[in-house]
Design a protein around this ligand. Structure first.
Ligand code: AMP
Length: 282
């Protein structure tokens, strides 16, 4: 597995591979890797000649400086994990200057309103930060296929929009959420939970499954109330938001239309750790 620590070596490598007609699959990450990340590479490996990973904790997408500071980092462990999969050809570990040559600031994007829903309301500037770093990474790595987790469903929708609007020559793939045995969506942030919190956090996915059972049987407002009640009773956990939204527009719905697809979105703070999850309703 090749390791590139700057933009120039990465770009030279990509150019050589492209000349040889290699199809590149790519999934960017912020490190602290787990099986959820690796599931992206497993799929990429079946659909491409070459798999490229990147690790970069992107400062512009954090609206909370403490969250950025506490974000788990263990680059040597990550490199070992990637190497041990035996399917990663190269990992890109850029420095800030490689992705932000003009200084650490976000571009300003119009994602047709997707950026104003859910996470957009709670994390101002977050999606401009994500867009800026993903656009730059896609321009440098030039993948044929890029893979993003459905765990960050709004991010996936926004990246698809970015690629469409900028007409970047890459196909975006969404990958199903990889879960721990108890159902908790795998996340780098789970490392910050103690084992009692980690066990208790399974209620997030259990709640989403209940919502799926209730889907079409009771009204949206009754579902919202029941979800709120579940978390009102949980000590050490606060529900930041729960919404059922149209899967395409990401707009919250207060009524189910037969011809539309819906997804439930939830964010819960367990202690000081912010956990995010979602489920397609069917
Ligand atoms: P992150 O390092 O958190 O920025 O995540 C990098 C990529 O991995 C994003 O596309 C995430 O959506 C994806 N990802 C993170 N956790 C999971 C998971 N549990 N299942 C599937 N994809 C995931």
């Amino acid at each position: 597995m090749k390791i590139f620590r700057d933009k120039k070596t990465l770009i030279d490598y990509v150019e050589r591979q492209k000349e040889m007609g290699k199809r590149i699959g790519f999934a960017p990450t912020m490190g602290a890797l787990h099986q959820g990340h690796l599931s992206l590479y497993k799929i990429a490996n079946t659909e491409n000649d070459l798999v490229i990973s990147s690790i970069f904790v992107n400062p512009t997408q954090f609206n909370n400086p403490d969250d950025l500071k506490k974000y788990p980092r263990d680059i040597e462990r990550d490199i070992m994990l990637l190497k041990n999969t035996g399917i990663i050809d190269a990992v890109y570990l850029p420095e800030v200057v490689d992705l932000y040559p003009d200084g650490l600031k976000s571009k300003s994007y119009d994602f047709d309103g997707l950026e104003n829903e859910m996470e957009g309301k709670f994390r101002p500037g977050h999606f401009d930060g994500v867009g800026t770093v993903v656009e730059e990474l896609l321009r440098q790595v030039k993948p044929d296929n890029a893979y993003f987790g459905e765990k960050d469903y709004q991010q996936l929708a926004i990246i698809q929009k970015l690629v469409d609007k900028l007409q970047l020559p890459v196909k975006i793939h969404g990958v199903a959420i990889y879960r721990e045995e108890n159902g908790l969506a795998m996340s780098s942030r789970n490392e910050r939970l103690n084992h009692i919190q980690r066990d208790a956090a399974k209620v997030i996915y259990e709640t989403l499954l209940k919502v799926n059972d209730w889907f079409h049987l009771i009204t949206v407002s009754e579902i919202n109330k029941r979800v709120k009640d579940i978390f009102d009773d949980k000590r050490g956990m606060t529900l930041e938001y729960f919404e059922i939204a149209d899967e395409k527009t990401l707009k919250e719905t207060d009524f189910f239309y037969k011809d539309k697809k819906y997804r439930a979105f939830i964010v819960v703070n367990v202690g000081v750790v912010r956990l995010i999850d979602n489920l397609h309703l069917d």
